[in-house]
Design a protein around this ligand. Structure first.
Ligand code: UD1
Length: 314
């Protein structure tokens, strides 16, 4: 029976992936440093084997890889502003750890590694939507790190024959996204502030746009990437394919939650991309991927989850 390794599996996206793998009857191991992840995200999955450790330490990566067939490399410090503030720590988590994971996977004879890339690699492209053939233009340490790690994946495919696939994520949101850090994803921060009657902060004029993607779509795309015959060595956008401004997002969430507060506008955030929207044609062709949960439906499910969680902790 194949063992599936999810690095960063105690995090938001990683825990959803672990859950989907368990549901399919697979044997799952998670390795996580718990720097941004939480053991509680796996509490409902007692069959998952859990290893706590930092993948920037090669011996941790080797131990995690023992007997593994397929790797989903999700571990990262996934924040643009955090990388601007502390590029060394985020480089260690996003690049050094990835190199260790690749070396360990190569040496353990792993069949395929799927890497969690980032749409931030594109930077500000002159046109939208963003297509994989466009040149990359990282605007922050985080974007550069995710791009470097993606290039390392492709190099390992070319040089050592390790099958790798990069799925570039576009602003993933959903249940279990942690709103407790200022570096958290904007949807989780807006929902939490609105639920608590506080004013959310909007950086810049709020007209920047994002291709917000519900987590179930990402899980589906990533699982397909682990199986699709022609995917090795490829980079693919996994997203919704739409684009929503921060102002629009704010208004929608405020209406859904019946809140009345106004946002507080602050200066643009350093390293921020202006607009983000994916062309998802390639993932459709290579993976048979298409989003099954719309942005609107995803928001409904996410808000319901935060409200239920809040009610349970009251
Ligand atoms: C996000 C991901 C990143 C991923 C990338 C892919 C998070 C934390 N980051 O980056 O890992 O690789 O998408 O597209 O999920 N904003 C506010 N107010 C806030 C917080 C944010 O206005 O309180 C704004 C930001 O300035 C930005 C937008 O909302 O313009 C999105 O920010 P954020 O959720 O941090 O995500 P990205 O930086 O786009």
């Amino acid at each position: 029976m194949t063992t599936y390794l999810v690095t960063g599996g105690a995090g938001f996206i990683g825990s959803h992936l672990a859950e989907a793998l368990v549901t399919r009857g697979h044997r799952v191991r998670v390795v996580d440093s718990l720097v941004t992840g939480h053991r509680a995200n796996l509490a409902h999955l007692p069959t998952v084997e859990f290893l706590e450790g930092d993948l920037a330490d090669l011996s941790v990566a080797r131990a995690a890889m023992d007997g593994v067939g397929i790797v989903f490399h999700q571990a990262a410090i996934p924040s643009v502003p955090r990388s601007v503030k502390d590029p060394i720590t985020s480089h260690r988590a996003n690049v050094d750890a990835t190199l260790n994971v690749l070396v360990a996977a190569r040496d353990a004879g792993v069949r395929r590694l799927v890497y969690a890339g980032s749409s931030s690699a594109y930077g500000n492209t002159p046109t939208l939507p963003k297509v994989e053939s466009m040149p990359s233009d990282p605007l922050s340490p985080y974007a550069l790190q995710k791009l470097m790690a993606e290039d390392y994946c492709r190099l390992f495919t070319r040089m050592y024959g390790l099958e790798t696939v990069t799925t570039r994520y576009f602003n993933v949101f959903g249940p279990r996204q942690d709103p407790s850090s200022p570096y958290s994803g904007v949807i989780s921060l807006f929902i939490r502030a609105l639920c608590e009657g506080r004013q959310p902060t909007i950086y810049g004029n709020g007209e920047q746009t994002r291709d917000f993607t519900f987590v179930a779509n990402v899980v589906d795309g990533v699982l397909r990437a682990s199986e699709a015959p022609d995917a090795s060595g490829q980079v693919m956008n996994v997203a919704t394919g739409g684009r929503v401004s921060l102002n629009e997002l704010f208004t929608r969430l405020r209406d859904m939650l019946g809140a009345t507060v106004e946002p507080v506008y602050k200066a643009d955030r350093a390293g921020d991309v202006r607009d983000s929207q994916a062309d998802i044609t390639k993932a459709g062709q290579v993976l048979g991927y298409r989003p099954t949960v719309t942005f609107e439906e995803g928001l409904v499910r996410t808000v319901a989850w935060y409200q239920a969680t809040q009610a349970a902790t009251r």
